[in-house]
Write a protein that binds this ligand. Structure first.
Ligand code: HPA
Ligand code: ZN
Length: 340
């Protein structure tokens, strides 16, 4: 079977997806009109033309501004539901999504409005589309510790809906130690932890996320390749990296996909996974990310399947759910083998 068709049908698990990053220009216009919000663009095409980024910050500036169209619980529901329909097309069977409460509470939107909209869509996704999911709440690292503590406080009454806390936004100048105390409190409250580290920032951010924030996964982490000892330690511990290939080329972490190290890291035995990060901004969803890797780097279908196996192992679901997904994936692979 040809590789694009194999990729499309391969069961996939997404572990690094910002729900605010799924806001397509068409929906941005729809919500702007519905909520009477002025946009600095006149057409969705103009929006797409503005998506020429030089680094992480140049993207974040546009991304936070776009989130202004999200006001009501139904807006967050519609955003999440549209993403789930894309998951269905791409055969994504499980997704763990990030949301950034501070992007919304800073504009006067209630924490509850945001999480209730997202949660209701995910529940419908489980029931109507058979897509399982988890929610991870991220702290914006360019804001201060006090704001993160207040966000954690607001999350406590939604503990049953949130599996983990994470750390995103501008990595340079905002190292993990800034949030060591708030992550400690989150751990005491029973949340798992993850953090963006080693996307643009140095390997010390990966070490510090592991040691100070006690993370269960590193988001991005591709800069680990600068440190041979760290690469070996990550392989040994099977600490997952949630890598986002199209994001990394769009934000110039790698100049081209041919220079991306994801396949190299896979072949060195690391628990690397493929994810879409902010698909409305970076040129594609899960299938597009797998295809982009396969088009530019040498990977077998077995390698591609290993990304899905790794993602199941790295997910925040019960062992029995993991076993169910592994069985589903392996039976798909047996079926594919008998066709080829
Ligand atoms: N890095 C940091 N913060 C983010 C990203 C990212 O890739 N996407 C959305 N917020
Ligand atoms: Zn991200």
């Amino acid at each position: 079977m040809d590789q694009p068709r194999f990729i499309q049908r391969l069961p996939k698990i997404e572990l690094h997806l910002h729900i605010e990053g799924t806001l397509e220009p068409e929906m941005m216009f729809e919500l702007a009109q519905r909520n009477q919000i002025a946009l600095p663009y006149t057409t969705p095409e103009e929006v797409k033309a503005a998506y020429q980024f030089t680094n992480l910050q140049s993207f974040l500036d546009i991304y936070y501004q776009a989130a202004n169209v999200l006001i009501h619980e139904q807006d967050f529901y519609d955003l999440t539901w549209a993403y789930l329909l894309r998951c269905q097309q791409d055969n994504v069977v499980h997704s763990e999504i990030f949301f950034d409460p501070q992007t919304h509470t800073a504009r006067g939107i209630d924490f509850d409005t945001v999480i209730n909209g997202i949660y209701r869509a995910l529940k419908d996704g489980r029931e109507q589309l058979a897509i399982s999911s988890q929610i991870i709440m991220c702290f914006l690292r360019h804001l201060d510790e006090e704001s993160a503590f207040s966000t954690l406080e607001q999350a406590l009454k939604h503990k049953n809906k949130i599996i983990a806390v994470g750390l995103d936004s501008s990595e340079l100048g905002h190292p993990p130690e800034k949030f060591a105390r708030v992550f400690q409190k989150a751990l005491e409250e029973g949340f798992l932890t993850v953090a963006h580290a080693g996307e643009e920032g140095p390997v010390s951010n990966i070490y510090d996320s592991l040691e100070l924030l006690k993370v269960s996964r590193i988001d991005h982490g591709v800069r680990c390749a600068d440190d041979e000892q760290l690469v070996n330690a990550l392989a040994k511990s099977q600490m997952p990296l949630t890598v986002c290939p199209l994001s990394n080329t769009k934000l110039k972490v790698f100049e081209t996909m041919r220079e991306h190290n994801i396949v190299d890291l896979l072949q060195r035995g690391l628990c690397v996974t493929i994810n879409s990060d902010d698909p409305a901004y970076f040129g594609g969803y899960m299938t597009d990310n797998f295809v982009a890797v396969a088009d530019s780097l040498i990977v077998s279908n077995q390698d591609l399947a290993q990304f899905s196996r790794n993602a199941i192992n790295a997910s925040f679901i019960s062992d029995s759910e993991k076993q169910r997904l592994h069985r589903y994936l392996e039976s798909f692979l047996v079926g594919e083998a008998s066709f080829s």
